[in-house]
Design a protein around this ligand. Structure first.
Ligand code: DGY
Length: 331
């Protein structure tokens, strides 16, 4: 008998076809996020779940999902999953690293360029029929080329962002929990600095740290004050890494020049202050959203799930210790 699994949100046809070869698939293809209660009900008899950042997989849910062996997140970030609770219950948790690095880095760059050259402002100006002709001082932006780029969080995606900076002749500084090996620093042409130094020196500050209690409000009012008044902040990692209320105040007061944001605290309900500001470029958490990348993410999650249920170690296992606590069925 094939193991029963749940796919919580819409995925691609090929993802479902792949899963159906090995599993009895129940899927929520109308793409409305399941309520916590609906998720709880549907997971009662499931061995696996393929889920997204909109699904909260916590200890209370796991306590009732007695058959569950694997939680396969369709994302690299996994702050929606209580991994420790999974481990305690012998449930494997997986994510999708690697396949989205380039697309996510591209979006960080898109936000940087759009904020620097005021693309959303000029677009609404032109669409509004206000353009009457060329003027020397029209819509003056700031240069990206030859500026200093500061990257906070130099993991895989941070490193891809840094690599692209060479094409813009930028100076790159970075801050990370652990300093990179000298050969990697050299290859990326990136200098390690403290967080304060990075904030003081950078023309563009790009955040690429995962969200956790340690990175909650990593950028708050005091940090924004340390930045140059001409600086641009880009957050394309996770809401909550920035104190959004403090950022709205800083953008209003001119503490920093502008921001480019793909993620927000409490998304999709963003801080209302952002909507009234012209010096912020807004995107609805689409960092990895290219067709090829989202297909690859879904297939990576599916392969993790199928491997786990086949008794193998899934390629992107977050909690190898879970295998020691695993027993079946769980009680
Ligand atoms: C991720 O993979 O963590 C992204 O934020 C989802 O698009």
């Amino acid at each position: 008998m094939k193991p029963k699994i749940l796919v919580t949100r819409e995925v691609f046809d090929e993802t479902l076809a792949y899963l159906a070869q090995a599993c009895e698939v129940e899927s929520n293809q109308n793409d409305a996020a399941l309520t916590p209660e609906a998720l709880r009900q549907r997971l009662r008899d499931k061995r696996g779940v393929m889920c997204c950042l909109t699904d909260r997989i916590d200890a209370a849910l796991l306590a009732e999902a007695q058959q569950l062996k694997v939680v396969a997140n369709i994302a690299v970030g996994y702050n929606n999953i209580d991994v420790a609770a999974c481990t305690a219950r012998g449930v494997m948790a997986t994510n999708t690293p690697g396949v989205l690095d380039d697309s996510t880095a591209d979006l960080a760059w898109a936000l940087m360029l759009a904020a620097a050259r005021r693309l959303t402002e000029v677009e609404s100006y032109i669409r509004g029929g206000e353009w009457t002709g060329w003027r020397l001082k029209q819509w003056l932006g700031v240069d990206v080329h030859h500026a200093t780029l500061g990257i906070v969080g130099m993991g895989r995606i941070g490193q891809v962002i840094a690599r692209r900076a060479a094409g813009f002749d930028m100076r790159v500084v970075y801050h990370n929990r652990n300093r990179l090996a000298p050969d990697i620093e050299q290859r990326l042409n990136a200098a390690y600095v403290t967080k304060d130094e990075l904030l003081r020196q950078s023309d563009f500050v790009v955040l690429q740290v995962p969200y956790s209690p340690e990175t909650h409000h990593l950028i708050g009012a005091a940090d924004l004050k340390r930045m140059k008044p001409t600086a641009i902040l880009v957050n394309s990692t996770r809401g909550g890494v920035v104190d959004d209320a403090a950022l709205v105040d800083a953008l209003k007061a001119g503490t920093i020049r502008a921001a480019g944001l793909d993620v927000f605290e409490n998304e999709p309900r963003l801080h209302p202050g952002f909507l009234g500001l012209r010096n912020v470029v807004l995107a609805p958490h689409v960092g990895s959203s290219t067709e090829a990348t989202r297909r690859a993410m879904a297939m990576t999650a599916a392969k993790n799930l199928v491997a786990a249920l086949a008794g193998a170690t899934p390629p992107n296992l977050l909690n190898p210790e879970s295998r020691a606590t695993s027993h079946e069925p769980r009680t």
